[in-house]
Design a protein around this ligand. Structure first.
Ligand code: GDP
Length: 444
């Protein structure tokens, strides 16, 4: 996960101060020295680090903390608030023009993920906001860019406006907006040309496209893996074009996170979205507070709930709840559940959102293997209908048959049966508890 090193270090540092009933200036000083190192190591811009440390230190030795009953926790609260502010405070929303179409100009260097992000964003606008975007292929220099956008358009069943690579981007933008009005598109996403480096010719052209299309948003796409370079690129684009937002891509990779923490402070442009993979749904709105929470090991339960709401079939969830209550839960239901969890994304990512996940011993090193789910599925699929409904039927010879059918060792079959049994027991207890019959304690 991105930020892993930073998260580890910050969490170890704040852990030391958390439970303290009394926090001295010396304690704060020591903590801040470690925080400073952790941020620098994560490749956060050094001036940003300096300001951050200064702000947190001032507040931490101030009245609000020292006089409180739980100073240790108050310090952590200050760190979290300042980390949130650093990344932009409130989550910023995408503009809606009152004279449609809303025009979004996508800019960025080659390879940052601009074309992919254009597709992802259009997908998101349609899925979440019920919008009807038009994609515009105005990157006429990178040989494959137009084709790439057209392919994305096909995958999304979304129209792509293109005039080939012989017409100027300015003309393309102009005609595209005209076309969008005629066809009643409410959003126009212009995929502009990228270059390997920031250069004058590129900026001139982008300024002309901006002039003609009067965009409501100009989003710069930058690659989080490039660290401080991403911040420098953002700064030059912002000076020349006036950005309204940054999309930070490849946050699924092994980035140290410095860019995410510096972009807003250095360029005063908020990060609006983050890219988390190559697939067209691997994009999320950026929530500074949730990200701060994740970095400090407090989890990101809100994002987890949203992910579940987006992916889990609500009807099925209700049905399941009913089955749990009446204890009619079978292996078939279990199989269904696994399918729903899988839709939420790789297990590692999901676990990363749980509070304290990287503090759970061993969890970090265990590569939660999506293959294991496939094995469990294979075992269940090798059971007969009757066995799935009533696992008590599964005797030694049936176990052997299931193991053979699924290609898994018999111990694994045994383990799954045992887990299923335990799960049912646990549910029974929970249902009893919610009926008020249960004893106190047990589940947290
Ligand atoms: P462009 O030159 O800026 O238009 O870049 P592309 O859209 O062609 O993307 C360059 C490469 O980065 C492609 O292989 C994309 O699949 C990949 N990419 C884009 N966004 C992400 C992301 O968020 N995560 C990962 N892992 N790869 C990404």
């Amino acid at each position: 996960m991105a930020f892993e090193g930073l998260a580890d270090r910050l969490q170890n540092t704040i852990q030391k101060i958390r439970g303290k009933g009394k926090v001295t200036e010396q304690d704060v000083k020591e903590m801040m020295r470690e925080v400073r190192l952790a941020l620098l190591e994560a490749d956060v811009n050094f001036k940003v680090v300096k300001d951050f440390v200064k702000r947190v230190s001032e507040r931490a030795v101030g009245q609000e903390v020292m006089k409180s009953l739980t100073p240790g926790q108050q310090v952590i609260k200050v760190v979290k608030e300042e980390l949130t502010n650093l990344m932009g405070g409130e989550q910023s929303k995408i503009a809606v023009s009152n004279r449609p179409p809303t025009v979004i100009m996508m800019v960025g260097l080659q390879g940052a993920g601009k074309t992919t992000t254009t597709g992802k964003l259009a997908n998101l606008l349609r899925k979440k906001n019920n919008r009807k975007p038009l994609l515009v292929a105005a990157d006429i220099y990178r040989p494959a860019a137009i084709k790439q956008l057209e392919t994305l358009g096909k995958q999304l069943s979304m129209p792509v406006f293109s005039l080939g690579d012989q017409v100027s981007p300015v003309e393309i933008a102009k005609q595209a907006i005209q076309k969008a009005k005629e066809d009643h598109h409410d959003y126009v996403l212009i995929d502009t040309a990228g270059r390997l480096h920031v250069d004058e010719a590129l900026m001139d052209e982008l300024k002309q496209v901006k002039e003609i299309s009067q965009p409501d948003e100009i989003f710069l796409v930058v690659d989080a893996m490039t660290g401080q370079d991403a911040v420098n690129v953002a700064q030059s684009f912002n000076e020349q074009l006036g950005l309204t937002g940054v999309v930070l891509t490849k946050l699924d990779g092994d980035t140290r996170g410095g860019a995410a923490l510096s972009v807003k402070a250095v360029t005063n442009t908020p990060i609006k979205f983050v890219g988390l993979g190559e697939k067209l749904d691997a994009i999320e709105a950026f929530h500074p507070e949730r990200m701060a929470s994740r970095i400090l090991g407090m989890g990101d339960v809100l994002s987890l709930i949203e992910k579940a709401q987006d992916n889990v079939d609500q009807e099925k969830a209700k049905e399941l709840e009913q089955k749990l209550k009446t204890m009619n839960f079978t292996f078939d239901d279990f199989l269904d559940q696994l399918g729903q969890v899988k839709k939420m994304g790789p297990l590692n990512e999901i676990l990363g959102m749980l509070p304290g996940a990287n503090k759970i011993k061993g969890l970090k090193d265990v590569q939660v293997d999506d293959k294991q789910i496939a094995h469990v599925e294979a075992i269940i699929q090798s059971m007969t209908r009757a066995e799935r409904d009533n696992p008590d039927l599964i005797n030694a010879s049936r176990k052997k048959r299931i193991a053979k059918g699924s290609g898994r060792p018999i111990q694994e079959v045994n383990r799954l049966l045992k887990q299923f049994e335990d799960m049912k027991k646990m549910m029974k207890q929970m249902t009893n508890m919610s009926k008020g019959k249960g004893k106190k304690g047990g589940f947290k």
